[in-house]
Write a protein of this length. Sequence first.
Length: 66
Amino acid sequence: MRYAENQYNENFKKYAVFLTYKENNILKVSCELSIPYSRLYKWRKDYSSQMSLILNKINGTTKVKE
């Protein structure tokens, strides 16, 4: 089954990516949210710079990790 890229809104995508960083496990999040692993991997790649900034704010650091 193919999924339409616009099936998920921007906030959901960012939340899903955030969970992959929080859990440090893309496959686990993929199963929990019923989203293909490859889709989460792509979103994580697309949002990596934004997530770095968010995670650094949460962790109280100012240095961006790439």
